[in-house]
Design a binder for this molecule. Sequence first.
Ligand code: SF4
Length: 445
Amino acid sequence: MTGTPRPRPYGSYVYAYPHKTAYRPLPEPPELAALWADEPKDALSLYAHVPFCEVRCGFCNLFTRIGAPDGLTTRYLDALDRQAAAVREALGDGAPVRFAAAAFGGGTPTFLTAAELERLCDIAEHRMGADLRAVPLSVETSPATATADRLAVLAARGATRLSIGVQSFVAAEARAAVRPQRRADVEAALGRIRDAGVPVLNIDLIYGIDGQTEESWRYSLDAALAWRPEELYLYPLYVRPLTGLGRSGPAESDREWDERRLRLYRSGRDHLLAEGYEQVSMRMFRRSGAAPEGPDDHACQTDGMVGLGCGARSYTSALHYSFDYAVDMREIRSIVDAYTETRDFSRARVGRRVDGAEARRRHLLQSLLQAEGMDRAGYAERFGTSPWEDFGPELERFAEYGWLDGTAPEGLLRLSAEGLAHSDGLGPELFSPEVRAAMAAYEPK
Ligand code: SF4
């Protein structure tokens, strides 16, 4: 054994690497036109961020604010339109620009009215040139905002996937997660989504809430399964700095909480597998036979990502960039306000450079955390080395912990079931020392 202490199972959710807390203001902000000049642009992803919600859920550290007073959504869409025009100009016409996927996230995109959603689609189509009806379009929604008129707009404009955060079908658990909602309202929203005829319904659930047991977890899973969703995401609960949730009392130590979350994860996973779902990653399950219609949490192809809105990231092969980031409500409000007043969107101002070594880490992280694993030949073809040459000590440690699947076919680096269960402990082990240091130095605001 190496003697390195085994990481806790719930370190952090690695949905993007490097994490935004490793971004910093860029000295001499580069021009977007120069950043994008030599990038492949024929299969870009488009992401539009809508930073508004009706309530702030207790577990949420996403970049979003409560409500939008005094015409703020209009001013926000005006700014998004200006940004889209600037970004499209920066992409240039020297080579074909084509979007292969689109997503509206947040926040809650359906916080916008039906007319505002039309405008958002117009910006994506007319300003950016994304053919929304021809590519997968994924949109996040919430029970209160999934109204028939908004869903009709999204369906007509080409949405292929609607993702709704339910978290728990048990009222007391929803309250404990500071997301009060009535079961009847959730069921009605799910009915409206099905009526809208969008091909893929995704339901998000959370485990590890105070008071949640294996029985109550099963109850929520079964309530979700009754809708036969094409996808289910099972999220472990996290309590993060500056969010609304404090865990109550010393009834359960961190270690006991970890163990309870692992138990709930395993029972949830086994239940979904028995119900005909396939596991795509630690969090994501897809109904067998359901066509993938939106981006997975798998993001190997996301080198070319164009983000619009003040919480959106953009990725070129050499730079990941966004705007300022915060979790605290007051800070978020001032960043959104500053965004709506921005006139010059021609430069990247906050971000992190991604060199060759970081690109390897990113590739390994994004493929290894998928249930299907990583094709070693693809890695060798892209980087000219093998993952064992580049990450030998880390992979040896994972093997010692039993996190690698020794039965995987030759040429495939794949996590074992336990490795997948520990994705949030394993992922951060692959962060570079530089990214780790930047994340540690970040002061939450
Ligand atoms: S979890 Fe979703 S609905 Fe809740 S505050 Fe965060 S972005 Fe808004």
